[in-house]
Write a protein that binds this ligand. Sequence first.
Ligand SMILES: Nc1nc2c(ncn2[C@@H]2O[C@H](COP(=O)(O)OP(=O)(O)O)[C@@H](O)[C@H]2O)c(=O)[nH]1
Ligand SMILES: Nc1ncnc2c1ncn2[C@@H]1O[C@H](COP(=O)(O)OP(=O)(O)O)[C@@H](O)[C@H]1O
Length: 236
Amino acid sequence: MTSGSLRPLRMLFLGAPGSGKGTLTSRLLRAFPQVGSVSSGDLLRQQMAEKTEIGKLAAEYISRGELLPDEIMTRLLIRELDSRQWLTSRATWLLDGFPRTDIQAISLHSALKAYNADLNLVVELKVPESVILARIVNRYVHVPSGRVYNLSYNPPKVPGIDDVTGEPLSRRPDDTAEVFQRRLDKYHATLKPLREYYAQAGILKTVYGETSNIIFPQLEALVKDSFAVQYVAKQI
Ligand SMILES: Nc1nc2c(ncn2[C@@H]2O[C@H](COP(=O)(O)OP(=O)(O)O)[C@@H](O)[C@H]2O)c(=O)[nH]1
Ligand SMILES: Nc1ncnc2c1ncn2[C@@H]1O[C@H](COP(=O)(O)OP(=O)(O)O)[C@@H](O)[C@H]1O
């Protein structure tokens, strides 16, 4: 149910690579159809597939498990939010993968403040590293849609083929054990100041679990109870 007193949801997902941000975002959007989402990683992979200038640059950084420069990512994401008409106090959206550094968080805050459209919920996913390392080797993605599969957890109906479009799935160039470890190290290095920034702002919440099925109900409750978002029947 929506109510006048509750605010539109503007949420950021924080979580280690492979912790389930993409998976949980898809489930949240099914439960709350009004919410839109932007994944910075998906945006970059689409740019890479289209071989744009930024896509070629992204390929270099992503293959090394390094973060792209803050100002490039901030410009890309603000442009994306603007193109979706989300820079307004009435907008409801979810960000996955950006901001990822405190510099990006400060830049996003100053951009959104001007529209009275700032983030009002940051959720950190806490999943044991041993669990996520095992997932990465089985991850397949459908780049155009951002849909995520896993050979053991949620395999495609037809091997190597996206369930919805019938287009081919692909492995991510940064999902090798070596590059993944670098991304994990980078995540830990950038998380602390980012977590402190949002804890200071009073909008940081944490959800825990070894599986997305354990985490999802925690997420659903966080969103349903505090924000003006339409909730459709429980997702099976
Ligand atoms: N075994 C298992 N795999 C999962 C679970 N949740 C997500 N996955 C898979 O683990 C991989 C990482 O999930 P993803 O949503 O891409 O994580 P992200 O990198 O944080 O966006 C994907 O292949 C998912 O299909 C889970 O609860 N159990
Ligand atoms: N906000 C960002 N700042 C800098 N680089 C980014 C950002 N978002 C994504 N990237 C680049 O794209 C890669 C893939 O991002 P993403 O799909 O979010 O990966 P994961 O969630 O598995 O870490 C990152 O490892 C990084 O190289």
